[in-house]
Design a protein around this ligand. Sequence first.
Ligand code: HEC
Ligand code: HEC
Length: 471
Amino acid sequence: MRRLLTIGFGVGLAGAAGSACGAVSAAGPKVDASVQDANDPDPVFTPDQMAALALLSPSSLPAPPQDISNKMADDAAAAQLGQRFFYEAGFSGPLLDTDNDGSPASLGSPGQTGRIACAGCHLPASGFSDTRSFQRQISLGAGWGRRRAPSLLDVGQSKIVMWDGKHDALYNQVFGPLETVVEMNSSRLFMAEQVYQRYKTDYQAVFGPMPPLGDATQFPQLSAQLTGCQPKIPSDPAPTCDATFHGMPGDHAEFDGLSPANQTAVTRVVVNVGKALGAFERLLTCGPSPFDAWMHGNPSAISRAAQRGAGLFVGKAGCVTCHAGPFMSDEKFHNVGLRPEIVQQAFTDSDDHGAATGIAAALADPLNTHGAYSDGDDGRLPAAVTTAMEGAFRTPKLRCVDMRPTFMHTGQISSLAKVITFFNLGGDSSGYPGTNEIKSLGLSDLEQSDLVAFLQSLDGPGADPMYQHAP
Ligand code: HEC
Ligand code: HEC
């Protein structure tokens, strides 16, 4: 990034000269409008840009909206239990892929069990994103997934989650990593039995009586070795299990053999784990940034470049059409014309239809907010898949974006500067499903680096340290 004139110099002059022409009026942020340098032009804002910027930075950042699908969403005891679950590796089945080589970039060695916690891919010290897996693009759990682990900071602001919208609530999201062969490679039956063995008293204090999950005549006792999938090629497992998936619906084994009432009881325990996890996740925030300090009266809180970048973000560059609101996401799905590239040296997610398959899966999910496990349905799920969802992904939030190891759902873009180059070119010309919504922008080099400076000004303090480890 280009070097900027020293901020102190600009501020001093602005203070002496007062608010010069084109600068913002008293209500908005203060800019330094007195340094004459073609390589560092004065930030200038129209009233429309000012109004648009105000929407990004309310006087205080809103708490997560109410989540009526989870009546425990704001329960402190549930959140504390959720925090323990988040850091618990004991729910996971065997590691598979031989890239699990025991180095710090993996979670252990093939065949080892009990190694994969939520925190194994959502690292607290990295804004709850994955800076562990080799190359920091897609995540290595039991095997390789195909997408980048998003940061969980401010995830409580979203109702529908995942890059493709596959889960419509935090309470049902837990079934994703738990019952995926390449993530935790485990199952709801194993998790329910482990909660019974390890957390019974605390679980019951929050959610009431547990079913008799220790009674082997009713509930076959799954071991950590047997839960999950033992795929045909364990050393290189495909993302979808190609063998019996022990402990989940459709296994023709331990789970399917349970009485219908006991199947429901097991699922209910894991839904409640999800409700506790959801309560915890709602506490994870990025927090106020230098950009907010600038918006609320500190003229030198961000560089002149970042100030110009803010104007571009809501103006010429048009970012705010999708990255809207205080968390800079409209929470909708858009196709930005990203041609999947090889990540982690071996994988291309070349046939990823995004929300077209994700929303279809959410609509078909018996655990969704329309169903019996939800505490309320606020109509968050779209009625049907639309053509615009083809190849579309959920707009990522941008607070604390600079903490992310790589960018986009594939992790294929390695820096914010390259993300801006990508948008400036109007995306890739071909190689992705669906229709690209974005157009080339014609930004100069200076404007592009200004946008990067703006994105970097969105860093906040991150999650409270008390949430960054098991309680
Ligand atoms: C093996 C790595 C891995 C593990 C373990 C893991 N995750 Fe994730 N997580 C991911 C990836 C990758 C995605 C994005 C996948 C997608 O969108 O298709 C994700 C997405 C999410 C999201 C959605 C965030 C958003 O903004 O859309 C939430 C919430 C989440 N994970 C929570 C959890 C919880 C809770 C656990 C433990 C029960 C967990 N994760 C375990 C890798 C992991
Ligand atoms: C049409 C809607 C739209 C517009 C306009 C748009 N974005 Fe995005 N942005 C997205 C979507 C969707 C993604 C995720 C795409 C993916 O992973 O496939 C994204 C990804 C990003 C990311 C990566 C974040 C991450 O966690 O990976 C950044 C940074 C970003 N956008 C910034 C910008 C900036 C700056 C602009 C203006 C130049 C802009 N965006 C314009 C929708 C949009």
